[in-house]
Design a protein around this ligand. Structure first.
Ligand code: PM9
Length: 461
């Protein structure tokens, strides 16, 4: 059938100049590898992995322009020219006034949390993120989830499941007083909800509310351009705006940011903290030298800052986002055709499989998502990640959190894999789905104190 003019297919807006050969393994090798890894895909060696969908963090393919920029890196300890290029890119595309580079996102979270949170203050946010919450807690803060209820339901088709529920925020403010709120963390394309965006309308309402109460909005802008793509596609009045314009509009409505540039900004390492507040900046400029490095490199090489400046520009390109999210949707639709239960609507950086619906015979204490990620690896060498009870960890009293979402994340790195890889991934998930009734749960045999999902070990029940 001849396609309709308006529905023409997307294609990657690049071609390949160099390739990395993949490794293949047989089932016996994978069984040995996953057992040795304690059924934790983070503990596998990448040499034992075929298609790596563990994360989209630092795993993107850089462009020829980014690699060329590497050669321009100014490695001066102080006042590096590369820093000023990065600062100029952040000013131009995001608009925040002051910038502190950090080695990655959590470096920025650490510094920002130490400066902006007083012991016992609440930090409301549109769902928790693992590293963000741990830094908030280490700084004495108490995280409060103020995302809309729809975000906790994998089947709810709300187009903006990343939205803040202003009533939940208002209740918190009324109960404790605005002075007990450190700031609101607003994540774009909420990771733990399945890569779900907030709407501009919701952000505008949040902005108005916080101005009245004197509360700052700190933007976790790790996936801001992906959020902007969904606003462009779904929100009335935005179809004619570019992603660059929408990203800028989002940033203009927030007071500061933390960024893991390893995602949207297409680099293998890097991040930053940004603020419009000169007092916060002054403190951050001082604190960064304790944890990261001088304020003009923050733990990065000059070449990393060069590549980040170029990556920021490439991330706001409309064709790039259309193909990037087009590929995620392609995988999601394929998996849905096989009947696999996934979080809907399909989000921005991966497909999130609903492990409780996939393995209804397992209780959450038997770690269904962890067990399913191990089974997928065993089937095909495709590496995915648990985003459920293991990732959620424990509260200050040592009790397990029981998140409503128990998910396996098939995360797609940017510009790395082809549609054929996605076909192989979907087929593997379908074959595991066929024999789902025979999949057993796990028990945890080793649990680290912080961010346990990275290093915990398990045994088959
Ligand atoms: N996200 C991810 O795979 C890597 C670490 S967890 C496996 O999704 C947000 C929304 C993130 C994020 C990292 C960080 C931390 C902050 N906010 O990893 O320290 O998704 O650069 O960033 C990961 P860094």
């Amino acid at each position: 059938m001849i396609p309709q003019e308006k529905k023409r297919s997307w294609a990657e807006p690049y071609k390949m100049k160099m390739v990395e050969l993949l490794k293949t393994t047989n089932r016996a090798q994978r069984l040995k590898a996953i057992r040795e890894a304690g059924y934790n895909t983070f503990l596998l060696k990448s040499a034992d992995v075929y298609i790596d969908l563990l994360t989209d963090s630092g795993t993107n393919a850089m462009s020829d322009r980014q690699w060329s920029a590497f050669m321009l890196g100014d490695e001066a300890y102080a006042g590096s020219e590369s820093y000023f290029k990065l600062e100029a890119a952040i000013h131009k595309y995001y608009g925040y006034k002051y910038v502190i580079p950090t080695h990655q996102g959590r470096g920025a979270e650490n510094i920002l949390s130490q400066i902006m949170i007083k012991k016992g203050q609440y930090v409301p946010g549109n769902m928790y993120f693992t590293t963000t919450r741990v830094h908030q807690e280490l700084a004495g803060g108490i995280f409060a989830d103020i995302i809309i209820d729809e975000a906790h339901d994998p089947n709810n088709l709300h187009p903006f499941k990343g939205n803040v529920d202003l009533q939940k925020l208002d209740e918190l403010v009324k109960k404790h007083g605005a002075s007990k709120i450190a700031y609101v963390t607003l994540a774009s394309n909420v990771n733990m909800a399945g890569g779900q965006p907030f709407s501009m309308q919701n952000l505008k309402e949040l902005h108005t509310y916080t101005r009245v109460h004197g509360i700052s909005i700190i933007h976790d802008m790790t996936r801001v351009a992906e959020n902007a793509y969904f606003i462009q596609q779904r929100e009335p009045g935005y179809l004619k705006k570019t992603i660059q314009e929408i990203v800028r509009e989002i940033c203009n409505l927030t007071d500061g940011a933390t960024m893991s540039a390893k995602k949207d900004a297409l680099v293998n390492i890097g991040g930053f903290m940004a603020t419009n507040d000169p007092t916060v900046f002054e403190e951050a400029r001082n604190l960064v030298v304790v944890y990261e490095g001088l304020h003009t490199y923050g733990g990065l090489a000059g070449r990393d800052m060069e590549a980040m400046a170029v990556g920021i520009k490439e991330s706001v390109d409309d064709n790039h986002q259309r193909a990037r999210i087009g590929q995620v949707i392609y995988l999601g639709e394929k998996m849905s055709q096989y009947g696999i239960p996934i979080v809907r609507p399909i989000g921005g950086h991966g497909i999130f499989v609903d492990a409780m619906a996939f393995l209804p015979h397992l209780s959450q204490d038997q770690f269904p998502a962890q067990a399913l990620a191990a089974e997928i690896y065993l089937d095909s060498g495709v590496r995915t990640m648990e985003r459920g009870i293991v990732s959620a960890g424990r509260n200050a009293q040592g009790q397990n959190y029981y998140p409503k979402l128990e998910l396996v994340r098939f995360t797609i790195p940017r510009r790395v894999y082809t549609q054929a890889h996605m076909d192989v991934v979907a087929e593997s998930a379908a074959l595991v789905f066929q024999r789902r009734k025979r999949i057993n749960g796990l028990k945890m045999t080793y649990e680290p104190k912080y961010l346990r999902f990275f290093q915990a070990r398990f045994e088959k029940l």
